[in-house]
Structures are given as C-alpha cells and as structure tokens.
Design a protein around this ligand. Structure first.
Ligand SMILES: *Cc1c(COP(=O)(O)O)cnc(C)c1O
Length: 367
C-alpha cells in the first residue's frame, strides 16, 4: 500500500513512518509495560502544559476530540454551575450544543466568525451576571484558523473568580501554552492534532483540586473523567478497552515532539510554513478570510478567487491538488465560499512550495 498524498487538514494529519510503524504491534492492556506507557504519556502531557503534578493532573479518554469536550463538560459541572461559552466558530458552537443537550445551565457570547473574542465583552458579561461560574473558549478556532487570546481571557476569568475551560484541540503541542500563566483550569486536546499522533483518544489536563472536587458529578458512565482518572492514577490502567495501537503511536509522536526541540521548535516550523503559504497565496490572488494578525500558525482559510469570466470550481481544484500529492480541506463557513489549508503534521516548507506551485499551475490552466 502506498500513500500518495499528504494531508493538509487539521487532523487526522500526515504522521511519520515511525508513528505508523508503532501500530504494527498488538499490545495487551493489562500488563505493566502498557500501563507504564500510559503513565509516561500522562507525565509528558503535564510537561507540555508547563505544569507539575503537584497542582495539575491529566486523564486520557477514548474517542475523538469532541468526546473529550463532552466528557469534560459532563464530568466537572454541577447543577449549581452556570457556563458562559464564547463562540466565534463551529467548535465554540459545538460546546454550546453539548451543554444544551445535557441541559446544563449555559449562556453564550456569540462573536462574528471573522473577529477574535473580546476580553472586554466577557468582562462585562461576567460583571453583569455573577451567577456565571465557568467560562469556556476555543483557543485556535479551526473553522477559520483564528487564534483567540487565551491569556487575556484567562485574566478576565481570574478577575471574576470563574473557572476557565479551554478547547485547545488544534493548538496544544503546536503553540506554547503556559496553563498556569493563562489561568487555565481545564484544557482539552486530542491525539491527532499538533502532537501528530493518529485519531483515537482525547485528553484533559486540569487543576488537581478541581479533578478531586468533580467526584460524583459525572452525568454519563463511559465519559466519566473522574472514574477514568481514578483508574489511571492507581496504576495507569484505562477503564474499558483502550485504543492500544493509537496509544503506542502517540507515545512515539511525543518522543518525536521532544526530538524536534519541543513545542517552541514545532511552533516555529508551523509559523514559517503558514507565513510562506499566505505570502504565496496572496501573490496568486487568494485572499485570506481573516485579518493576518489574527492568524494561527495551524490552518488558514482562503476565499474563493475571482477568475475572470469563469466560475471557480473547488472540486476540480481539489482533484488537481490531490493528484499532485496534497489534500486540502473544504471551508466551514455558510455565508462565504472558502477553503482551508492546514500546515500541521509532517509538512515542511518544501511541501508548501510544491503545493503553491500546484495552485499556480491550476490557475494557469483555468485562465
Ligand atoms: C478538531 C477539533 C475538535 C474535535 O473534533 P473531533 O472531530 O471530534 O476530533 C474540537 N475543537 C477544535 C477547536 C478542533 O479543532
């Protein structure tokens, strides 16, 4: 089997051969070797969040990132909590959907998708409604590629004494996040984004005292973070069948992140790729959807180009790029036609150059 294209999508993404090779082993789950791998992963995640096991802890959960968000919301909020969810993209809206489905007490601050979340608006909302106890935001809104200012939002949460949840799904491991400095109480991410593993589990990192305080709050059995944490704290065991191949691949991906030079080095690689992408795309007439100063180094949304006398056809461009070795991502906006290009995973400057050469060729063929 040959893989003939790279994924320029924000997860699943293109992983290394070594990460894929780890999955050729059928590992048992009950022995000490496997439990040790889980323990090492958990310790490594705290290092990446720049926190220690004194004040913070982490728990892994089967399922994709959304399962992790749902596990968190249904495991740490009590009936006395009121949640403020800030949205400026599809992933913020998904947090609201989860909260509503579980009949949690939720209010929202809905920002335009092209704008960052405003710490001042949040400040005013928290001041106006002291019954709000928890604030939830998305760090990198993968819908647009916009990066929200979690440091400023965390400072507002702290000022009002509310707990702070961050969906850092598409940023953790690729952008430096100091959990303590950003005042983050709970952070959720998953295996198949910037740590560059394969899909199959998510994880939450949170303040240890809040994990302890969540005992008995869970609204489901399979997504009960506290129970899962208790099992993992005891000896590294997962409750229920764990995605063994994914876990082995993730352990390798974490070793590769360290070998690359840690998050700072990876962030620099991503940033260089993203800037090169925007520069070349703009030269060809593709306009980014959001202001450049709001861009994350993860994924970029572009408007459909104006091609004189012709309707732009995304599908034929997609097929052309795929035949040339790269798969891009359709847009996720309703009011404007866009497409997205991710640059996380095993993607380097030379890939961005090749991709842009292909875009150029495609445009030439269409003019
Ligand atoms: C990928 C992602 C998720 C989770 O999506 P899944 O498809 O369930 O993995 C949640 N939030 C953000 C910001 C994401 O990028």
């Amino acid at each position: 089997m040959t893989i003939d294209y790279k994924l320029l999508t924000p997860g699943p993404l293109t992983t290394t051969e070594a990460v894929k090779r780890e999955m050729l082993v059928d590992h048992c789950t009950w022995d000490d070797d496997y439990k040790r791998i889980t323990r090492e992963i958990r310790a490594g995640l705290l290092d990446l969040a720049q926190v220690s096991s004194d004040g913070y802890t982490t728990v892994l959960m089967q399922g994709s990132g959304t399962f992790g968000v749902e596990a968190l919301l249904t495991s740490v909020l009590s009936d006395d909590d009121r949640l403020l969810v800030c949205t400026n993209g599809a992933y913020g809206l998904r947090i609201v959907q989860i909260a509503q489905r579980h009949k949690l007490d939720v209010v929202t601050y809905d920002e335009d998708f092209a704008n960052p979340l405003s710490p001042d608006v949040v400040d005013n909302m928290l001041a106006a409604d002291p019954s709000i106890t928890v604030l939830a935001v998305v760090h990198c809104e993968t819908t647009t590629g916009l990066l929200n200012d979690i440091e400023a939002l965390g400072a507002v949460a702290k000022k009002h004494g509310v707990r702070f949840i961050v969906d850092a799904m598409s940023s953790f491991g690729g952008i430096e996040i100091d959990m303590q400095a950003c005042n983050i109480d709970y952070l959720v991410s998953s295996a198949n984004k910037c740590i560059q593993g394969v899909p199959g589990f998510s994880f939450a990192i949170m303040r240890r005292e809040l994990m302890e305080a969540s005992k008995g709050l869970a609204r489901t059995v399979s997504l009960d973070l506290y129970d899962q944490w208790q099992a993992m704290e005891a000896d590294g065991k997962w409750r229920y069948t764990s995605p063994t191949h994914v876990v082995l691949a993730f352990a390798q991906a974490m070793r590769e992140l360290v070998a690359e030079g840690g998050i700072a080095a990876r962030e620099a690689r991503y940033t260089n790729s993203q800037r090169l992408l925007v520069k070349r795309m703009k030269n060809m007439g593709f306009a980014p959807y959001i202001e450049e100063k709001l861009h994350s180094p993860i994924i970029t949304t572009f408007l459909y180009p104006e091609i004189e006398g012709k309707a732009f056809d995304f599908q034929s461009m997609y097929d052309f790029l795929k035949a040339g070795g790269y798969v891009i991502y359709p847009g996720k906006l309703t009011e404007v036609d866009t497409f997205r290009v991710g640059n996380i995973g095993e993607v380097y400057q030379e890939d961005i150059e090749k991709l842009c050469d292909l875009f150029e060729e495609f445009l030439k063929g269409n003019s």
